[in-house]
Design a protein around this ligand. Structure first.
Ligand SMILES: Nc1ncnc2c1ncn2[C@@H]1O[C@H](COP(=O)(O)OP(=O)(O)OP(=O)(O)O)[C@@H](O)[C@H]1O
Ligand SMILES: [Mg+2]
Length: 254
């Protein structure tokens, strides 16, 4: 079974940038999954889902639900039909990585059905890839949704605010309370981190892996909708993320 890596943190800390550049560093082939309704990961990876005719899970699910309403109950169970569509229509297949995007729900109500589907499917898909990297929406709500309950490496991208530091304790509480298991919790400082915050984190007893350097190009590429995979090898963001990940035992050769 492949390694399941989840990237989490508060809003705008740099989660998607980290997930994208981690995708560039880790062993291929890998599966990237975007569970943020904002779905910015594809753009950061330089993938135009519409052009590639790849659909989000929520879109495919919406169509199946509509179909079922009109045809008086398709005898094929929803999960089987959806699993078929996930492999045929929702999976972007690239050379180094494949991508799945959860998307935004289009119907009223909760995310229960798409969440349940993706929950059931992640462990199965993980069998086909050495690494599965999941980019999360801001905050902790996605943990409550328990989309992934068995995580190998949980990366928390932090800004230097006191709220961010409290966030670490809350992640530990929530995962414990709702039964999300993780092998390792890794803290990563974002590009706003200062030396004092880094020193403080070193005293928390958690594993602090280092800071992502400020990278004007990364910001500019993001604004221009240009793929972060085109950043130079020695760009500050990619170099620092490479350094951070190289401190995690066995992450590259799994
Ligand atoms: N190392 C960096 N240097 C400079 N700017 C960065 C860096 N990393 C991320 N940014 C910028 O910070 C902003 C937020 O980054 P990103 O979208 O990766 O964060 P996020 O945590 O995924 O946000 P959200 O919570 O909205 O999903 C973007 O404008 C991005 O270009
Ligand atoms: Mg993001």
């Amino acid at each position: 079974m492949g390694k399941i890596i989840v990237v989490t943190g508060r809003g705008g800390t740099g989660k998607s940038t980290f997930a994208t550049l981690a995708g560039r560093y880790l062993a291929a082939p890998m599966l990237l999954i975007d569970i943020d309704p904002d779905q910015s990961l594809a753009e950061m990876l330089g993938i135009d889902l519409e052009k590639e005719k790849v659909r989000t899970i929520s879109d495919a699910l919406y169509d199946i639900t509509e179909e079922r309403r009109h045809d008086g109950g398709n005898p094929i169970p929803l999960h089987n039909r959806m699993e078929y569509l996930l492999n045929r229509e929702c999976l972007y297949e690239g050379n180094r990585f494949d991508l799945l995007v959860l998307g935004a729900k289009l119907t009223e109500g909760c995310y229960c059905v798409p969440d349940d589907l993706i929950k059931a499917i992640i462990p199965k898909l993980a069998n086909h890839y050495p690494n599965v990297v999941i980019d999360s929406p801001a905050g902790l709500e996605h943990l409550n949704r328990k989309i992934v309950s068995d995580i190998d490496d949980l990366f928390v991208i932090l800004d230097p605010s006191s709220k961010s530091l409290k966030h670490i304790a809350r992640i530990k509480d929530i995962t414990h309370q709702i039964g999300i298991r993780y092998g390792h919790l890794y803290l990563v400082g974002n590009y706003n981190f200062d030396r004092d915050t880094e020193e403080y984190l070193g005293t928390t007893g958690e594993t602090y892996l280092g800071k992502i350097e400020y990278d004007a190009d990364a910001q500019e590429y993001n604004l221009a909708g240009k793929s972060l995979l085109e950043l130079p090898e020695n760009s500050p963001a990619f170099s620092s993320i490479r350094g951070i990940l190289s401190r995690v035992d066995g992450i590259r050769d799994s």
